[in-house]
Design a protein around this ligand. Structure first.
Ligand SMILES: Cc1ncc(COP(=O)(O)O)c(C=O)c1O
Length: 428
């Protein structure tokens, strides 16, 4: 297919809500670990991984082989039947999630660790399920979420999303209080005794790669507990070795009551889950199902992902390469004042751009740094690099590559980024 035909099909048959990063978006036809290829045979270094999904690399042969074997054996029933891959995945997750047993092979503890899983298809669905579980477990109705958080596109998860651009529904319920700090969370808990849970990402992805402050979870733990409200941690974007640990919440030494995951769990095969301790899971006695959730094929992909992460030490690689990338970005920030802040953990890094004296426009964009962000993305694409962007002002460069990248890839990116900034902002 030619690019012109692709663009015509898109105009004719897609809903207009589907947006693209580029004026002339490449038509990708092939992926190979950290690289992508378009229909003209041009090679790109991927630094966004399909929004933090392809942690193990595009079309990773190790994973493909296991998925293909499962496809040829048993493809689908549904989760009202027993199939081995799904059971094995639930067992495996209990051994990697926060609160896992310290001794290898020991049984996970029922009271505190996350052990019980429910499988579904998307991050939105997992968060919707987690919010429902919190309501069932506490008998309370409302939630607290963070401004700048993104939790999904279903009714309730959109209501819990604190980014105006992603709140498309004009009739969202007012069941959610929004907070900017631990003090705000505590104030909301004091104001309303009907709070079922506080939900947040340990590092906001779409909100601009913003880690919550180091003591945040410690400060809210007691007030949450006193009010009988649960902590839901959304690891959909930050999970599976991305930040240098299996889950980003491990940087904070906290075991959440409920955790949600998706994206990198399937490395491109749709799968999601929410998990809790046995004690909380026991409250979910009403029937629930997900036709394609807990599919043997997606579960096989997830098991292969967990094997690959372990075998290839992807946590250590994300930490090491993340530190290297961060050091190089910090050097760029020292040279170009338009880079206001470099933040994040492991290979989930963001660089916020803002011009001195620039304010916020009515559209929520910070001066013309959103335009600079777009120019950088366009120019990097021309040079064969795919980078992400996010943030409330769409002015944060997002570095979330497949975790299989190497230093040479990072040097290639940084060299080009430096060159572009020199040609752009230094000429203003
Ligand atoms: C942190 C977070 N939570 C939830 C979601 C929603 O996931 P999905 O797009 O799979 O429904 C996303 C996706 O962008 C996300 O980044």
């Amino acid at each position: 297919m030619e690019r012109q035909e692709a663009l015509a099909l898109r105009r004719e048959y897609f809903m207009p809500c589907v947006r693209y990063f580029y004026k002339d978006p490449p038509l990708f036809v092939r992926g190979d670990m950290q690289y992508l290829y378009d229909e003209r045979g041009k090679k790109y270094l991927d630094f966004f991984a399909g929004v933090s999904v392809m942690n193990c690399g595009h079309s990773n042969p190790f994973i493909i082989e296991r998925v293909a074997a499962q496809l040829g054996t048993l493809q689908h029933l549904t989760n009202v039947y027993l199939t081995e891959p799904v059971l094995r995945l639930a067992e495996r997750l209990a051994h990697v999630m926060p609160g896992r047993p310290v001794l290898p092979g020991a049984a996970p503890h029922g009271s505190s660790g996350l052990v019980s899983s429910f499988f579904c298809n998307s991050g939105s669905e997992a968060n919707e399920g987690a919010l429902l579980l919190a309501r069932l477990a506490t008998g309370k109705r409302k939630f607290i979420a963070l401004n700048g958080g993104l939790h999904g596109r279903t009714y309730l998860t959109q209501a819990a999303t604190g980014i105006p651009m992603w709140r498309a529904d004009p009739f969202l319920p007012s069941d959610v209080y929004f907070a900017d700090s631990a003090a705000d969370v505590i104030a909301a808990l004091e104001k309303d005794r009907n709070i079922a849970a506080f939900i947040c990402e340990p590092i906001q992805g779409n909100g601009g790669i913003r880690p919550v402050p180091p003591d945040f979870f410690k400060e809210i733990a007691r007030p949450l507990n006193d009010q009988g409200a649960l902590l839901i941690v959304d690891e959909i974007q930050s999970g599976f070795a991305r930040t240098g640990k299996m889950f980003a919440i491990e940087h904070y030494g906290v075991v959440p009551d409920i955790m949600t995951m998706s994206k990198a769990l399937g490395n491109g095969i749709p799968i999601a889950a929410f998990a809790s301790s046995k004690e909380i899971a026991r409250q979910f006695t009403r029937p629930s199902a997900s036709t394609l959730g807990g599919n043997p094929v997606s579960a096989s992909a997830a098991l292969a992902v967990l094997d690959y992460i372990e075998q290839e030490c992807l946590c250590a690689k994300a930490e090491e390469n993340g530190a290297y990338l961060r050091a190089r970005l910090d050097t760029l920030a020292a040279k170009f004042p338009v880079i206001k802040e470099v933040r994040g953990k492991g290979l989930m890094l963001g660089a916020e751009l803002a011009f001195d004296g620039g304010g916020t426009t009515d559209a929520g964009y910070v001066d013309d740094s959103a335009m600079l962000t777009d120019r950088i993305l366009e120019e990097l694409k021309e040079r064969g690099i795919i980078l992400g962007k996010n943030g409330l002002g769409r002015n944060v460069l997002a570095f979330q590559p497949p975790l299989v990248i190497n230093r040479g890839d990072i040097d290639f990116l940084i060299g080009n980024l430096e060159d572009i900034l020199e040609g752009d902002v230094l000429q203003r």
